[in-house]
Design a protein around this ligand. Structure first.
Ligand SMILES: O=C[C@H](O)[C@H](O)[C@H](O)COP(=O)(O)O
Length: 225
């Protein structure tokens, strides 16, 4: 069992009959979805909302029943990966471009469990490029304003030689902050920038972090029992 699998499988232990569950996105969330699918196969009764088209396809593949957001007011739990986790459980997410749906699901969940291999744990956020989701209209202006404001390298994410397009039809700009001194402040500032839809800083959202290690061990860190 690898570190991501260990963390993903451990998180599935929090999923109980009758829950509405948010399914994250990425290579770590994959293992949680796989495990939850196995549990559903053995009779677990849940319904789920996926944070990306890719995770929705996975849920269908593993037989996890999906529910429309119109039928749900709040989720019991959401389980998702992260690109960086700091000692206060602030996160950088969005390496896979799913940050907006992930944040919507995370803030609407009673418990948000982050699953991460130990390499994602950092003393200060910012080593990983911060994904910023921006609207396509006049995106060059938004990019220019961000570059002007922060004076750091910010590049438009590309895929196959084209601008990367999120599941929501937006673009992603990746910002190399290096070190983020005040994630909360930066989070608010970015959110106030016209043209920015959202960004990958998740501050004061995670309730529990499950760290996975290469030898298969896990460590649970968190605010909630
Ligand atoms: O947009 C993607 C998500 O925020 C992922 O949860 C994050 O990038 C971590 O992905 P992975 O588990 O593949 O490292």
């Amino acid at each position: 069992m690898n570190a991501k699998q260990a963390a993903g499988y451990k998180a599935a232990e929090w999923v109980r009959d009758g829950m509405t569950v948010g399914l994250g996105t990425g290579s770590t969330a994959y293992y949680a979805i796989e495990k939850i699918g196995e549990m559903v196969g053995k009779g677990l009764k849940i319904r789920a909302i996926a944070t990306s088209n890719a995770s929705e396809e996975l849920a269908v593949k593993y037989g996890i029943p999906l529910v429309a957001s119109s039928e749900v007011t709040r989720l019991d739990i959401a389980i998702d990966g992260a690109d960086e986790v700091d000692p206060q459980m602030a996160l950088i997410k969005g390496g896979g471009g799913a940050l907006l749906r992930e944040k919507l699901v995370a803030i609407n969940s009673d418990r948000f469990i982050v699953i991460a291999d130990s390499g994602k744990m950092v003393s200060q956020l910012g080593g990983f490029k911060l994904p910023i989701e921006i609207v396509p209209f006049c995106y060059e202006w938004t990019l220019g304003r961000l570059q002007e404001r922060y004076k750091v390298e910010i590049e438009m994410r590309q895929r196959d030689g084209q601008l990367y397009v999120t599941d929501n039809g937006n673009y992603i700009a990746d910002a190399s902050f290096g070190k983020i001194v005040s994630p909360g402040e930066l989070s608010h500032e970015l959110k106030m920038t016209t043209g920015v839809v959202d960004h990958g800083l998740f501050v004061d959202i995670a309730d529990t972090v499950i760290v996975g290690y290469d030898d298969g061990r896990t460590e649970v860190i968190g605010k909630k029992e």
